[in-house]
Design a protein around this ligand. Structure first.
Ligand code: FAD
Length: 336
């Protein structure tokens, strides 16, 4: 087994080396949440490493128009690059890899990567996100890049205002999302992704919002400008925009293996400091049971990183010539 500890200088690297010093904090995941936490921790002069498997949801974003501070929009990959440059610029170390196991070791945690690299850390911040269930469709990535398939109505329904919109999901889910989208367009329908009738409550919602519920789709394609559904009754329907809502997999296994509590979607419950129900284990961003948005993820990150800093032993600036105080002279750590 290799053991990895932070390098003295800023870097973005592959895991390799051999030091055993305990980190102040290990951050798992380098999407907007994890990268922001890394910037905060580095600016608190804390020893933190970020380990990342490289699959941020933000990489799918063609242009985000609701990200604060970008009045002309920002592409997901460009935003990730800026957040990474900011973290590394303050000395954060970002390592490529996937944490496969997280264990308790007294007051600390031991994290093991797929390749056997191990980190010991006093605190861990999980920023592992979710993975969307995508529809089966030729050229899906291209469809998202061209905004004919969109993944998040809160993010970008404004840009689809007055489009012909379909929500593709099981009946009740499709109706609830379609009703939300009626704020943006008169022309919204629900297309069933599987057999099944809507509940009475959802059927009423659909009627009140004038949302039609179409039969189950047999196929979904796009031609670069529109999406085309072929339904099980052989009818063909074209839409400017399709929102698939097929569920997602919360990447919370590292936490649940330690007993952390999750909601019905597998997303983590946290307290006001972003701490999970496991002491010392924090969670931020989409993996938390909350609104899945970049602005929420970076807010979570600020709260968690500050809580971690406040719970760690003080790291006072000292005169390099002076003798360090003995442990008995140090105050006990303050609360976050
Ligand atoms: C098409 C699309 C458009 C969107 N548009 C917008 C928008 O306009 N505005 C907006 O606010 N939001 C938008 N979002 C949502 C936004 O992308 C997410 O809210 C945001 O990326 C969440 O950040 P995060 O850091 O929590 O998770 P992510 O960005 O998903 O990052 C999680 C990271 O953790 C890594 N990871 C997971 N497990 C492990 C492990 N075990 N070990 C190591 N690394 C691991 C992953 O590989 C990934 O790199 C959009 C999403 C999509 C799909």
């Amino acid at each position: 087994m290799k053991t990895h500890a932070p390098a003295a200088s800023s870097s973005s690297s592959s895991p390799s080396a051999t030091r055993t010093a305990e980190l102040d904090c290990l951050v798992v995941g380098a999407g907007p949440a994890g990268l922001t936490a890394a910037t905060y921790l580095a600016r608190f002069h804390r020893r933190a490493v970020v380990v990342d498997a490289g699959r941020s949801r933000a990489r799918w974003i063609p242009t985000s128009h609701n990200c604060p501070g970008f009045p002309f929009g920002v592409a997901g990959p460009a935003l990730l690059e800026k957040l990474r440059a900011q973290a590394v610029g303050y000395g954060a170390e970002i390592v490529s890899g996937r944490i496969a196991r997280l264990e308790r070791d007294g007051d600390a945690f031991i994290a093991c990567a797929d390749d056997g690299t191990r980190w010991t850390a006093r605190y861990v911040i999980l920023a592992t996100g979710i993975v969307d269930q995508m529809p089966s469709m030729p050229g899906l990535e291209d469809a998202i890049a061209r905004n004919v398939v969109r993944m998040c109505a809160v993010c970008d329904a404004y840009e689809a205002s007055d489009d012909r919109i379909a929500v593709y999901a099981p009946a009740d889910v499709a109706i609830r999302h379609a009703v939300f989208l009626r704020t943006f367009s008169r022309n919204v329908v629900a297309v069933r992704s599987e057999a099944g009738e809507p509940s009475d409550a959802c059927a009423r919602l659909a009627q009140e919002a004038r949302v039609s519920v179409l039969p189950v789709a047999r196929s979904l394609e796009h031609d670069g400008r529109c999406c085309v559904f072929r339904l099980e009754d052989d009818s063909v329907h074209r839409f400017d925009t399709v929102y698939p809502v097929l569920g997602c997999n919360a990447q919370s296994e590292l936490a649940t293996a330690l007993g952390a509590q999750v909601d019905e979607n597998g997303e983590l419950h946290v307290d006001g400091h972003q701490q999970t129900s496991v002491d010392g284990l924090f969670a931020i961003g989409d993996i938390v049971s909350a609104l899945n948005q970049i602005s929420v993820a970076v807010g979570h990150a600020a709260i968690a990183a500050t809580s971690v800093h406040n719970r760690l032993p003080p790291n006072f600036r000292e005169d390099p010539e002076a003798q360090p105080p003995s442990a008995a002279e140090l105050p006990s750590p303050g609360g976050a």
